[in-house]
Ligand binder design. Structure first.
Ligand SMILES: [Zn+2]
Length: 422
């Protein structure tokens, strides 16, 4: 939702958390998946900790090579009546290169706005937009750390909120990289930025409350879980939602009893830099769909674009890739991600049914780490303007790589389309 007061005005009643009794499902340990160390990058020696400020800052202006946009904001339409749009993005993974760029963009203060600015036209119009905060957030001013135990600049939270995101999931293999203090600090920071969150918790009571966000049109619940915690044992079992379909299904039941109209599952799992959904991902996603409790299953963690599948009438987005990152690990797939919009249409009984899905391929592999869409329509626009994300050839190759992967499990035949505007 756009909270920056410009084009779209929605009288959304945000942040309706419905207290539920008796949910103690969080914290069950998944029997599946080795706790490997993911999100690899090599920390550069002597990485600086630029000066920072925790104070609110004005909307960023982009001095960047972000390509000029010629299309207006695009929102989905449903064939019939009321349409609800949900927009998803993948890991926010702040490697050192991004802090350094944010310091350049902010003139010494850390400003992540310019590198993500091109997302706004896709994020702001959504009824509900959700990101994934992969790592702990540090105190303003640091100290910061990257791989393997992340603790990253908290200024990212304001940047994300300013784009129009409503919420972030926080259950990942890095959730406890900075211990309980880091987990708690991250949630405090998201609260201050005005972002809802779920997946990690400061108290047992907080863990027992499914996240339900009221958009003004529908109440959307998000249930999440991570496949591992990189071998770290939580101080309390309820601190992080781990990947257990039975627990997730029970939580979805509770969310529906509490009034949720649409229930999303966010699965943090997968093989790094893969272009396929692994066995665990498929088994978990199918179990969640087969329960009949979920309207959408999506995932992140692999740092690469993964397929989209329609399974028993429900969309599964196996992997969104990153929202932004700067891996030093040389793999082209970790420079690409998806921004996905799923639309739901209201039926005569007031319920919401899945209606369509659009996927937008993007890269941030060009100058200054700018997030940059590479759908066919974007390639045409950039050709007309004489701009590119990376280069004309690299952009086209990136788009083609994502398209082949997204469609490798029958998504196109099932109705998934590339985000091309109206
Ligand atoms: Zn991860």
């Amino acid at each position: 939702m756009n909270r920056s007061s410009t084009s779209i005005v929605r009288a959304a009643a945000l942040s309706v958390l419905l207290l539920l009794p008796g949910c103690s499902g969080s914290g069950s340990v998944s029997p599946t998946g080795p706790p490997d160390i993911a999100d690899t990058t090599s920390p550069p020696p002597g990485a600086p900790s630029p000066g920072t400020s925790a104070t609110a800052r004005p909307k960023p202006e982009s001095p960047s090579p972000t390509p000029l946009r010629t299309t207006a904001a695009k929102t989905a339409t449903c064939p019939g009546g009321e349409c609800l749009t949900v927009v998803l993005t993948g890991d926010l993974l702040l490697h050192e290169g991004l802090w350094e760029q944010a310091a350049v963009d902010g003139g010494g203060q850390l400003d992540f706005g310019p590198m993500l600015a091109a997302q706004e036209e896709y994020i702001a119009p959504a009824d509900f937009a959700i990101c994934h905060q992969e790592t702990p957030l540090a105190e303003p001013g640091g100290p910061y750390s990257g791989f393997p135990a992340f603790n990253v600049p908290p200024q990212i939270a304001d940047a994300v909120a300013n784009l129009g995101y409503d919420a972030c999931t926080t259950a990942s293999n890095h959730t406890l990289d900075a211990g309980t203090a880091g987990l708690n600090r991250t949630l405090d920071t998201l609260d201050t930025a005005g972002l809802e969150h779920t997946g990690s918790y400061r108290t047992a009571a907080e863990a027992a409350e499914p996240l339900i966000v009221d958009t003004g049109e529908a109440r959307i619940a998000v249930i999440t879980g991570t496949y591992a915690l990189n071998g770290i044992v939580p101080e309390f079992g309820w601190q992080v939602d781990q990947l257990d379909p039975a627990v997730m299904i029970a939580k979805a039941d509770e969310a529906r009893e509490a009034g949720a109209d649409v229930v999303l599952a966010a699965v943090h799992a997968g093989d790094e830099y893969a272009d396929y959904a692994n066995a665990q991902q498929q088994e978990v996603a199918h179990a969640l769909v087969d329960s009949g409790r979920f309207d959408l299953v999506y995932g992140h963690h692999s740092h690469s674009v993964l397929p989209i599948e329609k399974y028993n009438g429900v969309w599964i987005v196996y992997g969104l890739g990153n929202t932004i990152a700067a891996h030093l690990t040389p793999d082209i797939r970790n420079t690409e991600g998806l921004l996905v919009e799923v639309s739901f249409e209201q039926d005569d009984d007031g319920g919401w049914q899945g209606a369509g899905i659009r996927w937008l391929p993007a890269t941030w592999n060009g100058p200054a780490h700018r997030w940059c869409p590479v759908a066919a329509v974007n390639l045409e626009e950039m050709a007309a303007l004489g701009t590119s994300c990376v280069s004309t050839e690299a952009d086209a190759a990136s788009r083609q790589r994502s398209k082949v992967t997204v469609e490798s499990m029958g998504a196109a035949d099932a109705g998934a389309v590339e985000w091309q505007g109206q």
